[in-house]
Design a protein around this ligand. Sequence first.
Ligand SMILES: [Fe+2]
Length: 300
Amino acid sequence: MAPSSGTAIVDVTNYDLKQAPWHCDQLERGKVLFFSHVPFEFPDADREFLLSQKQTGSRFHKNISYRPAKDILKGVDDNSPDRERMNAIMRNFSVAVTRFIAQFLSPYAGKMKLDFASFRPLEEQGRDLPLHKRNDLLHVDAFPTRPTHGARILRVFANINPSVGRVWNVGEPFHDFLPKLMKVKRIGPSTSGVGRALAHMASKIGLPVPDRSPYDEFMLYLHDWLKENSDFQKNAPKQELVFPPGSAWMVYTDGVPHAAMSGQYALEQTFIVPREALVTPQVAPCQVLEDGNYVPRVAV
Ligand SMILES: [Fe+2]
């Protein structure tokens, strides 16, 4: 396990809002911004309610996702007595994170799109999942049903576990690892043109298939390829990060290879940041892929 050059984490617990452009720059360059405590309002009562699922874990079987735009909760039975409370907790969490981010990352304010939020009540260690769904293998995020067309995926996490840290491995940022990877092995979706044509046709006849750009196809391919590649998993430079109980962090998960090794009870909110909002666009995955001629250049 080779150590990565430089540390992946930046402690911003004592942040200054005047530094907002620097926060954006550090994130875009592949740093994980860390807070020793949750930097937005999150009531103890809400945390205790979520943790109470420990005793009655069978009520929630999997990750719970929340769609802020429609105020829809998924992963909780319709007839569960806890459904309404869970919905309210996720709604309030989403609002509080969004309000905080609009200040902490003010260059993005008014430009970024609020995506889904989630509550992750399951222990990450030892989960029995198919290879492409495993969280404990290094990967970059790409959403099969929500193509970004080059916009970036920013995620804010909180470890609400009262006693146990959440352990991640993180790798080198995209602009470092991808060119190296392509030099050794030119990877990429070989049927992207066909896949795109089919998706476009399907969307025309009303099937719910997202019209992915070549960038989205590349990122989905890369997500799977990284998880499948034992050499990358074993030998790519990586660093272990432990997020203590009560801490929070944010990272561009489309650019920083990450793996959740252990931990239980995390909250997460995703934002989609368009290319034109970025403060350091030259290191964005889409730009790196365009510069290497791995995907066609598009006008921003
Ligand atoms: Fe991920």
